[in-house]
Ligand binder design. Structure first.
Ligand code: FE2
Length: 247
């Protein structure tokens, strides 16, 4: 992001919207069909959006942040490279954000989603559902167990593949505040061949979407650990797919 965007009088850092990929990115074919063709309008949030019900702590189940077990048919673990993914949700001034609902979804270890329209030949894992959720603790940390998702092909160009990735959703203080992004894995050469990643011109923004291997938090004989911090806005903000629509 540019240093040309100093802190505003309200203490907030204005967005640098040029940082975000354009809505129509030809290398990412479907964007040419769904990108707005008219100038965007800004609508004020309604009272029901601002005061509507939020997700409560009591609705989080014991296995909701354990993708290795949360869809298991018979208690058998999902197949794949075992991972712990964790990180801190921060505001623009690096203040931890407690009580934030973080949701995540991903393909299985073979790169296969459990979806009726999935066209990839990789096998379904009957013990892997591919989604979960967690609330951040008092220090803004979330954590979950999973298996490393495989890369997968998608019908974009003649033979385009997505790098291994996990989708993230972060809910804010109102139900209409939802941010969406994707997490990649440090050192993956597939990142630089992906047409979706290719829409992001700022390498620093891509680096912020890349989880870092954390050997220190790797439980022996169990799982690798990756850290993925999420910054909600400001000069160090994570790049969110829906940032231009978001609050
Ligand atoms: Fe995906």
């Amino acid at each position: 992001m540019s240093d040309l965007f100093p802190e505003g009088p309200d203490g907030l850092f204005p967005r640098d919207l040029s940082w975000h990929p354009p809505a129509a990115t030809p290398g990412y074919k479907s964007t040419t069909f769904r990108a707005p063709r008219l100038p965007l309008l800004s609508l004020d949030a309604t009272k029901s959006e601002l005061t509507g019900p939020r997700f409560g702590h009591s609705l989080i189940g014991a296995l909701d942040n354990d993708l290795i077990r949360n869809y298991s048919q018979d208690g058998t673990d999902a197949i794949g490279q075992r991972l712990i993914v964790y990180g801190q949700v921060l505001d623009e001034n690096a203040r931890p954000q407690p009580g934030v609902l973080v949701e995540f979804w991903q393909a299985n270890a073979g790169g296969r989603y459990r979806h009726r329209k999935e066209g990839y030949q990789a096998a379904i894992d009957p013990n892997f559902g591919g989604c979960g959720r967690a609330l951040t603790d008092e220090n803004g940390f979330y954590t979950f167990r999973t298996v490393k998702p495989g890369a997968y092909p998608w019908p974009n160009g003649p033979n385009d593949w997505r790098p291994a990735h996990i989708h993230f959703s972060i809910f804010g203080s109102a139900f209409a505040q939802r941010l969406i992004t994707q997490m990649y894995f440090e050192g993956d050469p597939m990142i630089w061949q992906c047409p979706i990643v290719g829409g992001i011109k700022d390498k620093a923004a891509i680096d912020q979407l890349t989880a870092k291997l954390d050997r220190h938090n790797t439980p022996p004989m169990d799982a690798l650990a990756y850290r993925f911090d999420i910054v909600l806005r400001g000069r160090r903000a994570t790049l969110f797919e829906n940032r231009k629509e978001g609050l």
